[in-house]
Design a protein around this ligand. Structure first.
Ligand SMILES: *[C@@H]1O[C@H](CO)[C@@H](O)[C@H](O)[C@H]1NC(C)=O
Length: 326
């Protein structure tokens, strides 16, 4: 409405600026992000499949890990394929409606990930700091409630933002200073008066969906670390400490970059930094999480070894029987 009053034409296509215009850089970026995408998908699909297929991984800790891995395959797929396609073809336009759909899934999945990570740290806190009560407190039902709750709150909360954002009109400029449709860069392009309200809603939601889970996660890890430091045996203490500190580093990078991007005021100095920081939470953490949480874990390694030897046996059997695999 507002834009008509101003006599502006509303636009239906936006342009994703990506990482600039250098042609040589585009090929390099394409290869880098292609590798990131393949590694992310392979690692996470592997973990989710192992958790689902292995009966003895059907415990809360592995359910959380499986859900996190499944989430990250979806999450990477909302951002990276589209970005790879535009690096490859050079076509940077995106329609306003695709942009809003991408925003919805991106926002919902980021929110779910924040909740899931904090649930996982709470689960570890109970297991390590309250071992005697763990089985009673973290039963299958509670675990199901926490995982389903995380998914639902992410997807429901984002509906509010999307309803508001679908009312925005764009009347140019149309260049989004990012490599995907991210909230703040898209909202800034709009010429509706509504955008002040949406920025406020996003700040409030970031507080609930990013900052609070981050504080819960930090508190859990602090309690875990202080318990670990009391372990009398040096070797056990070192191993637990190194596992725990790698988790802590990953969650700090993930939540920390999200907080800088979505909760700090949008200043010119931060704008280009934000683009770099968003590579961390879109590309880096989804790729590193399976390595950090699961593949160092003895039971996951064991399940992987069994699955591999089973696959090898069945491939050999197929070949022996002369069947075609395709
Ligand atoms: C996610 O969690 C639920 C319940 O906690 C579980 O039933 C489901 O198998 C998990 N999904 C994966 C992919 O691990």
């Amino acid at each position: 409405m507002e834009n008509r009053d101003r006599g502006n034409q509303s636009v239906t296509e936006l342009i994703l600026l990506g990482f600039g215009n250098l042609p040589e850089l585009q090929t390099l970026l394409f290869l880098v992000f292609l590798v990131i995408y393949i590694v992310t998908m392979a690692g996470n699909i592997l973990i989710a499949a192992l958790v689902v297929a292995n009966q003895h991984l059907h415990t809360p800790m592995y359910f959380f890990l499986g859900n996190l891995s499944f989430l990250e395959t979806c999450y990477s797929s909302t951002v990276l394929p589209r970005m790879l396609a535009s690096l490859l073809t050079g076509d940077r336009t995106i329609s306003v409606s695709s942009c809003i759909i991408q925003l919805y899934f991106f926002g919902a999945l980021v929110g779910t990930e924040c909740f899931l990570l904090s649930m996982m740290s709470y689960d570890r806190y109970l297991a390590i700091c309250k071992p005697l009560h763990y089985a009673v407190l973290m039963n299958d039902k509670f675990c199901l409630q926490l995982t389903v709750g995380s998914w639902m709150s992410g997807f429901l909360a984002m509906i509010i933002v999307i309803i508001l954002m679908s009312q925005l009109t764009f009347c140019g400029p149309t260049e989004i200073n990012s490599f995907f449709c991210d909230f703040i860069p898209v909202i800034k392009l709009s010429c509706s008066d509504l955008h002040v309200k949406i920025v406020l809603v996003i700040f409030l939601l970031s507080f609930i969906m990013i900052l609070l889970p981050f504080l819960l996660t930090l508190t859990s890890y602090m309690c875990i670390i202080s318990t670990i430091l009391r372990i009398p045996f040096k070797t056990g203490r070192q191993k637990a400490f190194s596992t725990c500190s790698s988790h802590l580093i990953m969650v700090t990078i993930f939540y920390g970059t999200l907080i800088i991007v979505y909760m700090l005021p949008d200043t010119t100095a931060l704008r280009d930094l934000n683009k770099v920081l968003s590579v961390f939470y879109t590309g880096l953490t989804p790729q590193a999480n399976p390595l950090i949480y699961s593949l160092r874990n003895k039971e996951v390694k064991e399940a992987l070894r069994k699955a591999l030897s089973k696959t090898m046996t069945s491939i050999t059997n197929h070949q022996l029987c002369g069947r075609h695999l395709l």
